[in-house]
Design a protein around this ligand. Structure first.
Ligand code: X2X
Length: 336
């Protein structure tokens, strides 16, 4: 009798606790992205939202706010907004969060990652774990990796196949001052600008060029704003990170945390495979529109690597020497 009474008490307490936990759940969680559903980035977020809704049987609902609208278009403020609780969740680029998380500059080191296997070796290994720890220490819980892609260089003036071709060109960049350094080393004239301002600036000729993955060049129709020359130099790639503000994360019970994480892992994997598989067709579509596409010879590639080496000297101390070494050895030992 006594035993069953205490069992009832435990059951009642559990029920109460779980209803308290439920009461804390929001009707809808905000998810910030820069690029909307027409781009692989937006599709990664769509997939996450869809999987979470399905697997939680409609208990956890998320709504995507694209074009960085929750931070009035200023994508470099997204991380801070998540940390302070203004944004609940995000699928964000390492570039845009690097002003707040210096370790994220790792991925922007020029020519650190020669191919997809190199990206995977970093994100799926110890270096990736260290990067996630750095994000978490700053108030945001990272769950999984996605991909924006290798960033290629376009401009309206001329074909670029060596550093000297960049001389004096005004190039739109975003994120941390690392990009100012990279393009300054190459003799260009870099200007920091949000994505919201980039297309208008390309249209008016306020800037001559920009760098973005082929999918972004293609879907945003960057060729229509005079960007006739495209150089495939693969100088860096920005992974995407699926993440939740620590304040929000702590409100989910362990089961739902696992659900959110697994859904992010699955959505990320799906998006990475999809966007890599689409790349060849995307490049063909860009060529078909008359864009001059320049591929570099090994010697031309090496000249860019050499010209940007000073960026390493300046940025390794800021990123962390151990982390950079860890990443470099992951790349050197990657599975092909
Ligand atoms: O602004 C860009 O270049 C973009 C869309 O690629 C990022 O958000 C990093």
């Amino acid at each position: 009798m006594l035993k069953s009474r205490s069992l009832i008490a435990v059951a009642a307490a559990t029920l109460l606790l779980s209803s308290v936990a439920h009461a804390q759940y929001k009707d809808e969680y905000t998810v910030s992205t820069v690029l909307p559903s027409a781009f692989p980035w937006g599709q990664a977020a769509d997939k996450w939202v869809e999987l979470v809704k399905e697997r939680s049987e409609g208990r956890i609902n998320m709504k995507i706010y694209s074009n960085s609208q929750l931070v009035s278009g200023d994508q470099t403020k997204e991380f801070s907004a998540m940390r302070s609780g203004l944004i609940d969740m995000a699928v964000g680029s390492t570039i845009n969060w690097s002003p707040q998380v210096p370790q994220l500059n790792l991925f922007s080191l020029p020519f650190l990652m020669p191919d997809n296997a190199a990206i995977d070796a970093i994100t799926q290994g110890d270096a990736g774990k260290a990067v996630f720890e750095a994000i978490e220490k700053r108030g945001v819980t990272p769950l999984a990796w996605g991909e924006n892609g290798f960033r290629e260089l376009s401009n309206s003036k001329r074909a670029i196949s060596e550093p000297a071709d960049l001389e004096g060109l005004k190039i739109r960049v975003v994120g941390s001052p690392l990009f100012q350094d990279t393009f300054s080393e190459l003799g260009a004239n870099p200007t920091q600008m949000s994505w919201a301002d980039a297309k208008p600036a390309l249209t008016t000729g306020a800037v001559d060029g920009q760098e973005n993955p082929l999918s972004v060049f293609d879907v945003a129709r960057i060729d229509q704003v005079g960007q006739e020359h495209l150089t495939l130099w693969h100088y860096m790639a920005d992974p995407l990170v699926f993440a939740v503000s620590n304040r929000i994360w702590g409100q989910f019970n362990a089961e739902d945390q696992a659900l959110l994480k697994q859904a992010a892992v699955d959505a990320g994997k799906w998006e990475i495979e999809k966007s890599r598989a689409e790349l060849a067709d995307t490049l063909q579509a860009i060529k078909d529109r008359g864009v001059t596409v320049t591929e570099l010879t090994q010697a031309q590639h090496d000249a860019f690597v050499k010209a940007t080496l000073p960026v390493y000297e300046k940025w390794i101390p800021r990123i962390g020497e151990d982390l950079v070494k860890q990443a470099q050895s992951a790349v050197a030992n990657r599975k092909q």
